[in-house]
Design a binder for this molecule. Structure first.
Ligand SMILES: N[C@@H](CCC(=O)N[C@@H](CS)C(=O)NCC(=O)O)C(=O)O
Length: 214
């Protein structure tokens, strides 16, 4: 497999955690987002959205969108499972993951922040206010979903990490990077600490990637 990612990209980070949990090797191609490498014709031919991550399978199939990649990985390499075995459980885990991937993350994306600055003159203070608004509201909803679980579990929806945890940890990294304080979300904080203690999560951290920059 060839994986196109970037150390600081949180959707790439999700996939790295899943590769590690499942013990899968891959060739890594770094796409330097800050330098605009995602906009080259070569990368746009792979992902017309000009977004990371992208994956080329051993058979040469091209995949994009981290949630689609994660579910494909889970179907191809079922152990350990990222999704519960029951339909209701799967719907709950997917809903949690989609709060992050579909509602929070798009509003913090590089191209969105750049557009806010370039087209609407958002300065650092306005950008921080924007990020704080959407990350706090979204993660508070995640905390509330965790509070609604029938039982408190070590990870988001079970005793082992799954798709929800794979999405949560990179989102907390982003909150910390953008200086958004979510320490009042105690269930999330406890789960985050448990995940970070696992090598699969620790080794996927942006600071530990070959293309990491200060
Ligand atoms: N929903 C997409 C989001 C992809 C995405 O927004 N990726 C970011 C990095 S985390 C990106 O490539 N941004 C480049 C840009 O904004 O120009 C997914 O989950 O894969």
């Amino acid at each position: 497999m060839k994986f196109y990612g970037y150390f600081r990209s949180s959707s790439s980070y999700r996939c790295r955690i899943a590769f590690n949990l499942k013990g899968l090797d891959y060739e890594f191609a770094s796409v330097h987002l800050k330098n605009g490498a995602q906009k080259t014709p070569e990368f746009a031919a792979l992902n017309p959205q000009k977004l990371l991550p992208a994956l080329i399978t051993d058979e040469g199939a091209e995949l994009t969108q981290s949630l689609a990649i994660l579910e494909w990985l889970d179907e191809m390499h079922p152990e350990p499972a990222l999704l519960p075995s029951d339909p209701l459980g799967r719907a709950r885990v997917r809903a949690f993951a989609q709060v992050i991937a579909c509602e929070i993350h798009p509003l913090q994306n590089l191209r969105v922040l750049k557009y806010l600055a370039d087209q609407f003159g958002a300065d650092a203070g306005a950008t921080t206010a924007w990020l704080t608004r959407w990350l706090t509201e979204g993660l508070e909803a995640c905390e509330a979903l965790l509070a609604k679980r029938e039982a408190e579990t070590a990870f988001c929806f079970g005793d082992t990490p799954g798709l929800a945890d794979v999405c949560l940890v990179p989102q907390i990294f982003s909150a910390q990077r953008f200086g958004v304080d979510v320490s009042h979300l105690t269930r999330i904080a406890a789960i985050h600490a448990r995940c970070e203690a696992l090598p699969a999560f620790a080794d996927a951290h942006p600071a530990r990637q070959p293309d990491a920059e200060p």
